[in-house]
Design a protein around this ligand. Structure first.
Ligand code: SAH
Length: 279
């Protein structure tokens, strides 16, 4: 606990400044720097050393709350080179992709690294995340975003620039989970077949129903992938005040669909039968 207190708002640490209207500013504390708001300046030295959850004021009296960024706050604030997977979907990917401490996870594409960050957290220091990204620019941005949030990442993470469908992957039966966020996940199925352990999970995140159908049909054709399931996640915020408790007017209506499948022994899955109610 004492250590936590000392670590917060020290030279070099990341903090979020939140103004009265809820606007958030992510900054790294540097005693030589000054934060400029539209109402005055705030030298970082006035922030360094404060307790978490303190209010600080600029030279013109504009107040900001100082807090350390959570994963969600950081992921939504970090620079993006591609659309990120939203925290609401990432939560479900971790649970339904069953990412556990010590797991070996193969991931593509990396984009801005929002999902990678949470995968790294979920596998923990004894796990491994093996990531592929086809675009150099995106890989560089993800590398920066990830090292900015978790500077002590070492051989827990490997990032290869290249097309996951054509890369030779020396990964026979050592990968516990494959998590894909790229336009044609069905092209990764041959790789997944070799790389995944028995019982391993293949998970694809795609934005359109056409892609869902294509990936599910491709999984079914293999005779090895079974227990296939597709879902989407709806998350609605609520406004709670003394006179009214109701859903917020706005919500993120659509992001993507999540499809999961397990690697089984060839032909082991029971034949698909339709329930009476489906006729
Ligand atoms: N999951 C990421 C966003 C990924 S966006 C996040 O949460 O931040 C999709 C990424 O997949 C893009 O950056 C794209 O360049 C990459 N991509 C597309 N096809 C690929 C392939 N065949 N191999 C590796 N990366 C690929």
């Amino acid at each position: 606990m004492r250590q936590e207190l000392e670590k917060f708002a020290s030279e070099g640490s990341l903090v979020i400044l939140i103004d009265r209207k809820g606007r958030q500013y992510l900054i790294r504390l540097d005693s030589a720097n000054i934060f400029h708001s539209h109402k005055g300046t705030l030298p970082h030295t006035n922030i360094i050393g404060v307790r978490e959850g303190t209010r600080v004021a600029t030279s013109e009296g504009m107040e900001f709350l100082v807090i350390s960024p959570t994963y969600e706050e950081y992921a939504l604030k970090m620079p993006r080179k591609a659309t990120i997977i939203y925290p609401k979907d990432i939560g479900h990917i971790i649970v339904y992709g069953d990412i556990f401490p010590g797991a070996t996870v193969l991931e593509a594409g990396v984009g801005s690294g929002a999902l990678t960050l949470m995968l790294l957290r979920a596998v923990g220091p004894h796990g491994k995340v093996i990531s592929y990204e086809i675009r150099e620019e995106a890989a560089e941005s993800a590398w920066k975003n990830i090292h900015n949030f978790v500077p002590d990442i070492t051989d827990q993470w490997s990032l290869t620039i290249g097309d996951i469908t054509t890369q030779p992957l020396p990964l026979e039966r050592i990968v516990d989970r494959i998590i894909l966020d790229l336009p044609e996940p069905w092209e990764v199925i041959p790789t997944a077949l070799d790389a995944l352990v028995d019982g391993g999970i293949f998970l694809a995140y795609v934005p359109t129903t056409l892609q869902v159908q294509q990936v599910v049909e491709a999984l079914q054709k293999t005779d090895v992938f079974g227990m296939i399931s597709t879902f989407e996640v709806m998350h609605r915020n609520w406004d709670v005040s003394p006179n009214s408790v109701r859903p917020n007017h706005r919500m993120v209506a659509h992001t993507g669909f999540i499809t999961t499948a397990r690697k089984l022994q060839p032909g082991a899955e029971f034949p698909r039968t339709r329930k009476k109610s489906q006729y």
